[in-house]
Design a protein around this ligand. Structure first.
Ligand SMILES: C[S@@+](CC[C@H](N)C(=O)[O-])C[C@H]1O[C@@H](n2cnc3c(N)ncnc32)[C@H](O)[C@@H]1O
Length: 277
């Protein structure tokens, strides 16, 4: 989900993110189905575009669109015996899914939101999976610590996205992969790719999955809204304009201005695979 970014300084942006996701966690944990709400992203639905995942999911499965997004991001990248870091892991659904389908060596999930990390530690941590609180822009790991760094729908909230990219390059081992997916303004992509290439990463895969993500928004936004304890703007006369903006940015339901802007091509949702040489 996209977090609304206020103008103030970077620490304040990060505090807004923490507060927002802490209260979302609080709601989910109280809801009775919190244990199954392990994803906080927009998901992916297959359409006419080629699919890259090697794994066939059953027709009916829990959180199917979110599982599909992480599996499409991995595509044919070999995760066997790899040390994997997810930056902005939220409630751990991506790591849980990767552990289910791939024989990786270890998983580390990092997130800035204390309540998400507390949830992951309580429900998902084991000998192979570790979770810690931290900031994407100052990763608390030694150089060349990971074979794969994953980032799913999180970087749009970082005040200094290039600082995050430098950290990714630093913690990746030579030969390692950066598997990256997010929604950004279309004019941002060129600079982002150039920055990563200038830092020594080679772009191996670039896919525009906007249509797949919009299909998922049409399918799931309203259900997510209910499970996250948000009221649809039309469902409540008390909803303020500010609350409606947050709702639109976070979930992009079909009838929102944000959904329309994405459809008009002002934003794209892309998948990238970069390799550190
Ligand atoms: C839309 S959620 C996606 C979570 C997860 N990747 C998923 O796919 O379910 C965005 C996540 O990014 C995290 N985040 C935002 N800013 C961050 C930062 N500066 N450092 C680390 N995590 C951050 C939020 O706490 C939130 O969990």
């Amino acid at each position: 989900m996209v977090q609304e970014k206020p103008a103030p300084g970077q620490q304040e942006v990060k505090n807004v993110v923490r507060t927002f996701y802490n209260s979302l966690n609080e709601h989910l944990n109280k809801s009775g189905f919190g244990e199954y709400s392990t994803f906080l992203n927009w998901g992916y639905v297959a359409d006419h575009n080629p699919e890259f995942s090697q794994i066939q999911l059953p027709k009916r499965c829990l959180n199917k669109n979110c599982l599909k997004l992480i599996l499409e991001l991995v595509g044919d990248c070999d995760l066997t015996d790899r040390d994997i870091l997810e930056v902005g892991c939220g409630r751990g659904g991506n790591i849980q899914t990767l552990d289910r389908f791939f024989a990786a060596k270890s998983f580390t999930g990092l997130d800035i939101t204390p309540a998400s990390i507390a949830f992951c530690k309580q429900h998902l941590e084991n000998q192979q999976r570790h979770f810690l609180e931290g900031d994407a822009e100052t990763l608390p790991f030694a150089d060349s610590s990971f074979d794969v760094v994953i980032n799913v729908e999180s970087s749009n909230a970082y005040p200094h996205i290039f600082q995050f990219y430098s950290q990714v390059v630093r913690v990746l081992k030579p030969g390692g992969y950066f598997l990256y997916t997010d929604i950004l303004k279309i004019e941002q992509f060129e600079d982002c790719i150039k920055y990563l290439q200038d830092q020594g990463l080679v772009l191996e895969v670039e896919r525009d999955i906007t249509s797949n993500v919009l299909l998922s928004r049409q399918e799931m936004a309203k259900t997510q809204m209910k499970s996250f304890g948000m009221l649809a703007p039309n469902d409540s006369s008390n909803t303020t304009a500010a609350e409606k903006d947050v709702f639109d940015f976070f979930l992009a339901p079909e009838d929102s201005q944000f959904f329309q802007q994405i459809q008009e091509g002002r934003f794209s949702y892309k998948i990238f695979r970069f390799k550190k040489i």
